[in-house]
Design a protein around this ligand. Structure first.
Ligand code: BGC
Length: 767
C-alpha cells in the first residue's frame, strides 16, 4: 500500500511540473532529479520494458484481432515495451499510448519512432540529392518540415540523419547520407539535427533526431550491405567518427548503432565505440538504440551463442535500447540476477530512455503529439510543397551543357517556344521521384517530369513518347528488387519507332533515365552502376535521331556515365527529387532557376574504381612517370569522371587573386584566406566556393586534400565578390599518431575553387 502511495505522489510531482527551457543546466538538473526518483520506483522488469522497442505496423495497426496485435497490446499493458516504431497516425499512437497510460503501474509514456528520412508525406529530395544543394539552411528547413508533419501524426522520434561517410557507389545506402566527405557529412548532419530537434524538444512540432549508424556502416567491404568493415583506429577517428562527434556536440538526442562488425567486433557490442568514445569520451548523455534486430544478429555474426548472450554483449557494449531482437526481454533479468550484468548498466540505459521521454515533454502530456486537428492541417500543405520545389531545384547538378557545332549557345536552358520531345518511361513516372525511404508519401504522388514541363510551357510545344515498353518487377515495399528494367516487352513493336520519330521531329529531346525508386536504399547494393543496358541502348538510338538531346537522370547513387558524358550534349543529375520533382526540374530546364548544385560524391569512370573518393592518400607512387608501376590502373585514368564538388551553372565563374593574410600562424592562431570570384557569364548565378587544405607532412599520412569550408553565394553577372575563410586549428587538426586531436607544426597547402580538383596553391606554415 505504502509503495502504491509513493508511486502516486511521485507521479503527481512529475506530471505537475512544468519542464520548459530544457537547455538551461538548472532544468537539466531538475530533469535528472526526476529521472532518479522514477528509477527508484521501478522493478527490474519495468526497467527492461523501457529498454525494449517493438515494431508496430503491419500487425499492431493491422486487422483487429490478429494474434500479434493482441499480444503486443498485452505487452504494452504489462509494461514490457518502452518504445515502438512504425506506429503512425494520431489515432494509432493514441491507442497504443492509452494501453500504457491506463494499464501500467508507473504510467511511463511510450516513445514512437519512425524513419522520417527525407520528409513525412511531403517528400524532399533523397538526402544524397539534397546534400548536392550545399544549402545548410535549406536542409535545416526541410528537416523541420518533416518534423512538423511527422509530429502531427504522433511521431516523437526520427531515425535520421544518416551520417555514414560513404565512398562506394555500389552501396545502396549511399542515397541516405551526404556522401563521401567527413566534414561535409558533419555540417549537413548538424543542419538536419537542428531542423528535426529545433531549439526546444518539448515543442509539439519538433522531434528527436538519431545519428546513425554508429559506426563504419558506410565502409562495408566492396559496397555489400551489412558487410564487414576493417579500418584501423586512426581511419576510424579521422574519416568515420567526425560527423558523429559533431552530432553529439549538437546534442542529438539519440544514436543508432550498426549492423556491421569493425575488425571482428560487431558495432552493436562495441564497447570502445559506444562507451569509451561516445558516452565517456564525448560525455554524451543520449540514448543508443540498436539497429533493427542487430543484437540478435550477433548470433549469425558468430559473436554470441544465443539471444541471452547477445543481450549481455550488447548492454555491456553500450546498447541502451533493443530494437526488435527481444534479447533484453528474454535474457536480461536472469543476467542481472546471476550478477553477469551489473544493475548499474541497466540503470544507466533506463535513465537515458527516461531522459529522452522527459526532454520530449511526454511526462507532461503523453498524447500531445497525437492530435487529430494538427494531423489534418499540418501535413502536405501548400507551403511545404513550395519548399519541396525549392529544395528540388537547388539539388539538381548540371553535369554537362555543350554548345553544338551549329549553335551559338549551350543547349540549356531551353526556350519555352521550342518544340520539345519528352521521352522515356521515367518522364511520366509519378512514383520514382519519391525515392526509397519515402515515409508516408502516397504512391505516385510526385509531380512527374512530364507534368512539370506541361506546367512550364505551352502544351502544343510538347510531344511525349514513352519509348520501348520495359517489363519491370512489381515495385512493392519489402520486395527484393533487382536491376531495373528487366527486359523489353517483346510484344511491343511500336514504342521505340514512335519515340524515335518524335525525337527526330523535335527541336530538342528531353530523355529521362536512371534508377527506379527502390534500386537504392537498404539492401540494394549493385555491381553494375551504369544506366541499365536496355535504357542505354534506347538512349543511343535517341541520340542518333536527334543530337539536341538533354539527359535527365533520376538515380540514388553515383553512376558510371562514361558513355553519356562522351555522347550526350547536356546532362542534368536530378536524383530522386521528391514530391515536386517535375516542377523543380522544369524550373532548371527552362532557366527559371540557374542550377547551382554540386556533387557530394565522386562519379567514377567505371565501377572498377570503387570505392572512389577525392580525399585519398597520396601513396608512395602517386604518378605514372611513364611506367606501369604506380598506384592507378593500366586500363583507366584514376581520376573521377565528375569529381566531388563539381557542378556547372548557366553562367561561368572565374577565381582569381588567392591571398593569405599571413604565411605563418601559431597552433591556436588564425589566418585569413581570400579569393576573388567573378561571374564572367551572362546570367546571375549562385556559386559554391570550396576551401581545400592539405597537411603536407604528418605523424600519420594525410589525404591529398580535404574540404575544410564552403560558402554558397549569389553573384550577379559581371560582379566580383571577395570570399574569405578563417583558418584556425579546427581546419588543421587531426587524430594524430598519439591518439589525440592536434595540429602538428609544419607546412600546409591550401586552395579555394569551384570543385575538389582545383590547384592547391598557397603554402602556409604552422609553428
Ligand atoms: C535500418 C535503419 C532503420 C531501421 C528501422 C534498419 O533496417 O538499418 O536505418 O532506421 O531499420 O526501420
Amino acid at each position: 500500500m505504502n509503495n502504491i502511495k509513493a508511486v502516486f505522489i511521485c507521479l503527481i510531482s512529475i506530471f505537475g511540473c512544468n519542464i520548459q527551457a530544457q537547455t538551461s543546466s538548472e532544468n537539466d538538473h531538475e530533469i535528472e532529479k526526476k529521472i532518479d526518483s522514477i528509477l527508484k520506483l521501478m522493478t527490474l522488469e519495468e526497467k527492461i520494458g523501457q529498454m525494449t522497442m517493438y515494431n508496430g505496423s503491419w500487425d499492431l495497426t493491422g486487422p483487429p484481432g490478429t494474434v500479434n496485435a493482441k499480444d503486443k497490446f498485452e505487452k504494452l499493458k504489462n509494461g514490457k515495451i518502452g518504445a515502438m516504431l512504425n506506429v503512425t497516425s494520431a489515432e494509432a499512437t493514441r491507442e497504443a499510448q492509452k494501453a500504457v497510460m491506463e494499464h501500467t503501474r508507473l504510467k511511463i509514456p511510450l516513445v514512437f519512432g519512425y524513419d522520417v528520412i527525407h520528409g513525412y508525406k511531403t517528400i524532399f529530395p533523397i538526402p544524397l540529392g539534397e546534400s548536392a544543394s550545399w544549402d545548410l539552411e535549406l536542409m535545416e528547413k526541410s528537416a523541420s518540415i518533416a518534423a512538423k508533419e511527422a509530429s502531427a501524426a504522433g511521431i516523437h522520434w526520427t531515425f535520421a540523419p544518416m551520417i555514414d561517410v560513404s565512398r562506394d557507389a555500389r552501396w545502396g545506402r549511399v542515397m541516405e547520407g551526404a556522401g563521401e566527405d567527413p566534414y561535409f557529412n558533419s555540417v549537413v548532419g548538424v543542419a538536419r539535427i537542428k531542423g528535426f530537434q529545433g531549439d526546444d524538444l518539448t515543442a509539439t512540432h519538433t522531434i528527436a533526431a538519431c545519428a546513425k549508424h554508429f559506426a563504419g556502416y558506410g565502409f562495408a567491404e566492396a559496397g555489400k550491405d551489412y558487410n564487414s568493415v576493417d579500418v584501423g583506429v586512426y581511419e576510424l577517428h579521422n574519416s568515420i567518427l567526425p560527423p558523429f562527434k559533431a552530432a553529439a556536440e549538437a546534442n542529438v538526442a539519440t544514436f543508432m548503432n550498426a549492423f556491421n562488425e569493425i575488425d571482428g567486433i560487431p558495432a552493436t557490442a562495441h564497447k570502445y565505440l559506444q562507451r569509451d568514445v561516445l558516452k565517456d569520451g564525448w560525455n554524451w548523455e543520449g540514448l543508443m538504440v540498436s539497429d533493427w534486430g542487430s543484437i540478435g544478429e550477433m548470433i549469425a555474426h558468430g559473436y554470441a551463442r544465443d539471444k541471452t548472450h547477445a543481450g549481455e554483449l550488447a548492454i555491456k557494449g553500450g546498447s541502451d535500447m533493443d530494437m526488435e531482437s527481444s534479447a533484453y526481454e528474454i535474457g536480461l533479468k536472469n543476467l542481472v540476477e546471476e550478477n553477469k550484468v551489473s544493475i548499474d548498466l541497466v540503470d544507466d540505459a533506463v535513465k537515458r530512455v527516461l531522459r529522452l521521454k522527459m526532454k520530449l515533454g511526454l511526462f507532461k502530456d503523453p498524447y500531445k503529439y497525437s492530435n487529430l486537428d494538427r494531423e489534418a492541417s499540418d501535413i502536405y500543405t501548400e507551403a511545404h510543397q513550395e519548399i519541396a520545389r525549392e529544395a528540388g531545384r537547388k539539388s539538381i547538378v548540371l553535369l554537362k551543357n555543350d554548345t553544338l557545332p551549329t549553335k551559338s549557345s549551350p543547349l540549356l536552358p531551353l526556350r519555352t517556344n521550342q518544340k520539345i520531345a519528352v521521352i522515356g518511361d521515367l518522364a511520366d513516372d509519378k512514383d520514382t521521384p519519391l525515392g526509397n525511404w519515402r515515409a508516408k508519401a502516397e504512391r505516385k504522388s510526385a509531380v512527374s517530369l512530364l507534368e512539370g514541363i506541361k506546367n512550364a510551357i505551352p502544351p502544343e510545344n510538347i510531344t511525349f513518347a514513352r519509348g520501348p515498353e520495359f517489363v519491370t518487377d512489381v515495385l512493392e515495399e519489402g520486395k527484393r528488387q533487382f536491376l531495373w528494367p528487366l527486359k523489353f516487352n517483346e510484344n511491343d513493336t511500336t514504342g521505340t519507332a514512335n519515340a524515335l520519330n518524335v525525337a527526330k521531329n523535335a527541336d530538342v529531346v528531353i530523355v529521362a533515365m536512371g534508377e527506379n525508386a527502390y534500386q537504392t536504399g537498404e539492401g540494394r547494393s549493385q555491381v553494375d552502376i551504369q544506366i541499365n543496358k536496355l535504357q542505354k541502348d534506347f538512349l543511343k538510338k535517341v541520340r542518333k535521331a536527334n543530337p539536341n538531346t538533354v539527359l535527365v537522370l533520376m538515380n540514388g547513387r553515383p553512376l558510371d556515365l562514361s558513355w553519356e558524358s562522351e555522347n550526350i550534349s547536356a546532362i542534368l543529375e536530378t536524383w530522386h527529387l521528391g514530391s515536386q520533382a517535375g516542377n523543380s526540374i522544369a524550373d532548371v530546364l527552362f532557366g527559371k532557376y540557374n542550377p547551382s548544385g554540386k556533387l557530394p560524391v565522386s562519379f567514377p569512370r567505371s565501377v572498377g574504381q570503387e570505392p572512389l573518393f577525392y580525399n585519398q592518400k597520396n601513396t608512395g607512387r602517386p604518378n605514372s612517370q611513364n611506367t606501369v608501376t604506380f598506384s592507378g590502373y593500366t586500363d583507366s585514368e584514376k581520376t573521377a569522371l565528375y569529381p566531388f564538388g563539381f557542378g556547372l551553372s548557366y553562367t561561368t565563374f572565374k577565381y582569381d587573386k588567392l591571398k593569405l593574410s599571413d604565411t605563418t600562424m601559431t597552433k591556436n592562431g588564425k589566418i585569413l584566406a581570400s579569393i576573388e570570384v567573378t561571374n564572367t557569364g551572362n546570367k546571375d548565378g549562385e556559386e559554391i566556393v570550396q576551401l581545400y587544405i592539405r597537411d603536407l607532412i604528418g605523424s600519420l599520412t594525410r589525404p591529398v586534400r580535404e574540404l575544410k569550408g564552403f560558402k554558397k553565394l549569389m553573384i550577379k553577372k559581371g560582379e566580383t565578390k571577395t570570399v574569405s575563410f578563417e583558418i584556425t586549428k579546427d581546419q588543421l587538426e587531426f587524430y594524430t599518431v598519439d591518439k589525440i586531436w592536434d595540429v602538428e607544426p609544419g607546412n600546409f597547402r591550401l586552395g579555394i575553387g569551384g570543385d575538389s580538383q582545383i590547384k592547391l596553391g598557397a603554402i602556409f606554415k604552422v609553428q
